[in-house]
Design a protein. Structure first.
Length: 600
């Protein structure tokens, strides 16, 4: 018999409506408590003042709701923010559960009550690869209706991409479609996310009534935070030990091997982790910007409440190369340039993308001049200079107190002028031995070695080989018994076989079991790592069936998708599986953390 068919004896229509409304907001555990409460209470006229109210207060209802924090992270920013949110929630007396979307049990979604989601966007609107299964489930017909769920989304992204924060937007739309109720509107964060993310945390926690234990005068006390030493906000001033050109004479690209001292820092890392480094902008670009705007280099400006000379600010504290929609809009307001205003129109997406690809900030300043500008007005339109992450190419077991990097120098021409990548140009042109470089360790838990006896297949192109050097150094130090297979690709054998002598020595010593290489520009046909995988399809599948972990590191736009499709094809053909079954096999590898990617 449904609630609409039965009304308790003596209840008015109004009373019955209140009971039905309350019942639909409670979960099974709360309903059981309430039934026991009704069973034990003495229903005597005039006694209500000495009894607990029948209807729980807002505080009581909130304190009994379960809070779950989920994060989807590619580089670790969402993970760090989720951990910070959990810590703040605990400090306010809540007991949140914290999960990586990659590890979350999807069948539990329908049981959630308050769900706080933090998700970064990867490339042009995709979710982080570890969170792909979560997104697929939530956006599928299998996703449950969630009428009793309250949720809030914090979206991370990079405004230089047109589909800015799209992964977070997708979650926000989908949970609304599933009937969930927003605790507060979604917040979209650019690369300088600290302040808006902190404000989102404060607001979302304020929408939840404080737990009863806190209100009763027994506030939950947060454990004192201990200093973890150096991090993104407080990098260590490391010293460059060596900076060698790895690529041979005549190579079409320049690749550096950089060795950095961590001595005295207390910093430690695991194979697969990244080194975050804070570069400085090209001095020539800084001087050109100051000259173009007629600034006095000593003029004082403020960046995040800290005063600097404009020259120092442009050199070390703000991004002055990559153009963003934010700067286009800002400069349009300063100059009144109609061409820039048109680019800000939502209908001008393609034109804006093309313009951003063809111009840096300096180019816009030159093309749309603003003489007599207050230097602070320029700073107001620029993003803070962000650290760059590089896979560490060494193991502490082999190089104590050091971190090695493998860096390809980004060089290209734009508007008739030579340009360089901010960080790679810094290392190539100004990263001399004994120079200081602010660094910190960025953990990458999604790209870890398995147990010592587990076979590994490592696929990397170009500088994507860096973490595998760390893997093999670590396995050699630990005398690991697991087999290892490296599939490496580059342009030319003679000039671009990175760490060739080291790989050959490892093969000779049996540390590296097998190696296949693909040099795309040595023959008439372009041969890439995915072709080598297909050539060895039978052995690749045999290793997977024997429990091997499969790693991919390198370019996200072409190499990683091509390798993914090659792996899918290998599984289908060698396993005799249809398309759906091959996809299921791949998903199982991901769930078991046996298919790991570190792509950029």
């Amino acid at each position: 018999m449904s609630m609409t068919e039965f009304r308790g004896p003596g209840l008015s229509e109004s009373q019955w409506h209140q009971i039905k409304t309350l019942a639909t907001t409670l979960d099974n555990r709360q309903l059981q408590w309430l039934s026991g409460f009704f069973a034990g209470i003495e229903f005597k006229a005039g006694d209500w003042g000495t009894h607990t109210p029948l209807v729980p207060t807002q505080q009581d209802a909130a304190s009994s709701r379960r809070i779950t924090i989920l994060y989807g992270s590619e580089t670790g920013n969402s993970s760090a923010l989720a951990a910070s949110l959990a810590e703040r929630a605990r400090a306010e007396g809540f007991s949140p559960q914290l999960f990586d979307m990659a590890d979350y049990k999807l069948r539990g979604l329908k049981e959630e009550q308050d769900l706080l989601l933090i998700a970064s966007t990867y490339g042009e609107g995709d979710p982080p690869q570890p969170a792909a299964n979560f997104f697929e489930f939530v956006e599928s017909r299998k996703a449950p209706r969630l009428p009793g769920l309250r949720f809030a989304v914090l979206a991370l992204g990079d405004s230089t991409y047109e589909r800015y924060c799209e992964a977070g937007k997708r979650l926000d739309r989908r949970f609304e479609e599933l009937g969930a109720i927003r605790l507060q509107p979604r917040v979209d964060c650019d690369v300088d996310y600290d302040e808006p993310a902190a404000a989102w945390m404060t607001n979302v926690l304020s929408h939840m009534a404080k737990p009863a234990s806190t209100i009763a005068g027994s506030p939950a006390v947060a454990e004192p935070r201990t200093s973890t030493g150096f991090d993104k906000r407080n990098p260590f001033a490391a010293r460059i030990l060596d900076n060698l050109v790895l690529s041979g004479r005549g190579s079409s690209k320049q690749t550096h091997h950089v060795e950095i001292s961590l001595e005295g820092s207390g910093l430690a890392y695991e194979p697969g982790d990244c080194l975050g480094l804070m570069p400085s902008n090209d001095p020539a670009v800084v001087e050109a910007m100051i000259g173009e705007l007629g600034f006095d280099g000593a003029a004082t400006v403020t960046v995040k409440d800290t005063p600097f000379a404009i020259q120092e600010a442009l050199a070390r504290h703000v991004e002055i190369t990559a153009l963003t929609p934010r700067f286009i809009e800002h400069w349009a307001g300063i100059t009144g340039a109609e061409a820039l205003r048109r680019l800000g129109d939502p209908a001008s997406v393609e034109d804006r993308s093309a313009f951003m690809r063809g111009h840096h900030i300096l180019d816009v300043v030159r093309r749309f001049p603003a003489k007599g500008l207050d230097p602070q007005m320029l700073i107001a339109g620029l993003r803070p200079l962000q650290p760059r992450l590089y896979s560490i190419a060494s193991s502490l077991s082999a190089a104590p107190d050091e971190a090695h990097l493998t860096v390809s120098t980004v060089r290209y021409e734009l508007a008739g002028e030579p340009r360089s990548g901010v960080a790679s140009g810094h290392l190539a042109d100004r990263g001399q031995p004994d120079q200081q470089l602010p660094v910190y360790i960025h953990a990458n838990p999604h790209f870890r070695l398995p147990a010592d006896d587990v076979p590994i297949i490592m696929v990397g192109a170009g500088t994507g080989v860096a973490p595998y050097r760390a893997f093999m150094q670590e396995r050699e130090a630990r005398a690991s018994s697991g087999r290892s297979w490296l599939v490496f690709g580059e342009r030319n054998f003679r000039t671009d076989f990175l760490y060739q002598s080291e790989w050959l020595a490892m093969l000779s010593a049996g540390v590296l079991t097998r190696m296949d290489v693909a040099f795309s520009r040595d023959g008439h046909e372009r041969i890439y790592v995915q072709h080598r995988l297909k050539e060895q399809a039978r052995d690749i599948f045999a290793w997977l069936e024997e429990g091997a972990s499969f790693y991919v590191c390198g370019d996200a736009s072409r190499m990683a998708p091509d390798v993914h499709q090659a792996l899918r094809s290998i599984i289908a053909t060698q396993g005799g599986l249809g398309a759906d079954a091959a996809d299921d096999y791949l998903q199982r590898l991901q769930r078991e953390h046996r298919y790991r990617r570190d792509v950029y």
